[in-house]
Design a binder for this molecule. Sequence first.
Ligand code: MN
Length: 742
Amino acid sequence: MMRQYELVERVQRYKPDVNEALLNKAYVYAMQKHGHQKRASGDPYFSHPLEVAAILTEMHMDEATIAVALLHDTIEDTTATRAEIDDLFGPEMGKLVEGLTKLKKLDLVSKKAEQAENLRKLLLAISEDVRVLLVKLADRLHNMRTLDHMPEAKRLRIAEETMDIYAPLAGRMGMQGMREELEEIAFRFINPEAYRAVTARLAEIFERNKDVLTDIEKALSALFEKHAINASVKSRQKKPWSVFRKMEAKALSFEQLSDIFGFRVVVDSVEDCYRALGAIHTTWSMVPGRFKDYISTPKQNDYRSIHTTIVGPSRQRVELQIRTREMNKIAEYGVAAHSIYKDTGGKTNGAGHAISKETNAYAWLRRTIEQLAEGDNPEDFLENTKLELFQDQVFCFTPKGMLIALPRGATPIDFAYAVHTDVGDTCVGAKVNGRIMPLMTELKNGDEVEIIRSKAQVPPAAWESVVVTGKARAAIRRATKNAIRKQYSGLGARILERAFERAGKTFTKESLKPVLHRLARKDIEDVLASVGRGELASTDVMKAVFPDYKDERVTPAAPKQREEGWSKIRNAAGMLFQIPGRAARKDKDQPRDGAVPIRGVRGDLPVRFAPEGAVPGDRIVGIVQPGTGITIYPIQSPALQAFDDQPERWIDVRWDIDERTKERFPARVSVTAINAPGSLADIAQVVASNDANIHTLSMVRTAPDFTEMLIDLEVWDLKHLNRLLSQLKDNSSVSDARRVNG
Ligand code: MN
């Protein structure tokens, strides 16, 4: 295990003014906190953060990042707390360590290849600081290096996650060295056979071509010497994973891929890059279409290099990468090469690329982080410059670990619709991170959301103003429209049943089929909905179904009286119909044959209440209002007289109360109060203490000593209303209280 002084020395080598005290303090603190904890390998646990720190020293990271590496598992795995780390190391360090703790929680989430892209974005969103990501990647690299010690069941999952999430992330951060090592180890665990085969073949080819490679290297070196270019030439070993991936992706044979030799030419300055290129191209012929100048046009991860392929000295194809030392460092370490600390020398070499000012380094890091969220492809870049793509998103999980990307401000309802339209349509509640939360809750990154569903649910139209996703909005609108349409067609069916009955016929939906064209409607549901909405008169439907139907010819005897207390009334046209008579008022609320069940405003019919209200316990009747649905009146309501001559608009209805989902119903009362201070408060008090609600209150008449007011109440039922009225009457502030139309 690396000693404390060794670690300090390592950092000192590239950063002479290192803050030794910080490193020493972090080393001792982490070692003490992890104490006797052991890794799966049997090694002391502390060896892990120490190795992670060592990986970061290879990238020449600053001491703050190294210290964070030492501390990275303390909050999660030991008694250490954020507050303690804030105290000892300052809040900046505390925040970084906490960032890593948050990322660690993600390890528990199942990762599927198809959600890798979103997971990387979530990682970025949670990290906030690039140093957190660097430590996370180094942490992952060390875990991969020691993957052999993990239980076999876990190895494959961790290897796949590395291949899908972390290796590409390292690549996007420009850290090719890290990427290649992660891929190499992951490949070995994911597909051991292929890994062995490809590795063996590569070694074999390397052996066979050793001499050729030496020849090419010599020829190149001689060429640069001739042109007085100071260059180091190295052959590049092909990596097993990249060979295997290309074989699969491009369906190429091993030979097609491996007969190309790769060399890297590292020079002192940008001028030398182009001079070297000129010398090469005038000596050997280049392979067309293979030249790329990433110096004049860097890749978005800041990778800079010239790529070309030539037909080499012994007629083989040779791939060349030409770059400066600075560019090579960036290609190898990416983000880390730019590091957060000032380049100690502060010198700018010929590449003009060294970052000597801290502000530049930060700007570059910010830009990189923003770009990390986007594609590898420079072509994609223009399309993806919308940064809100990443900043305006939140990433949440289903309980099964599926990742759902949503716009910022999204609610559990949006989440439900993002999972599936059915889930959204039947959503009645949500658990966020295991706790029941309101459906309006704004979701945060990393939230686990469980949707509570009910088959009986119809999405309320009001949700439309709550959701932020187009998908949810469209689905809610569709569901609302469907529900309303269903209500109207249900009402239409009732109206037609009555009309047929009056004519002594039995209504069936099938009877509408032959007359659809005559009614200019596309299907039966359409006819029913049109009748329900009042756009199509029931008599027109009758005439279409029975061509010789005439209102006057209907025999008056047709409908049989179903119940005592219902009056037969003949209208002006001589039609006979029945309405509830005075006697019906005394009836108990027994269901009547053919009566439409009414469940407040949320039943299967478009129902509203008369302005004076109606409450369970009232005998009620429905009046069809073309275009709006049914209005429910208490049978005693004088307003009903207005409909006496329109029997076709009367609908037989009854209460259908679900005891489990108790609803309140409207009732209007008139209260005459004594004008005295506090009398209004007295009335409100009586209402409140009786568990009723005041919906609206208006003064109708004010005399010097009395005020008459109308109060629209919400009550459970008639008993509740009557109890309330008698208590109001008993109140000393009230001289009279009675139901309007009661
Ligand atoms: Mn760790």
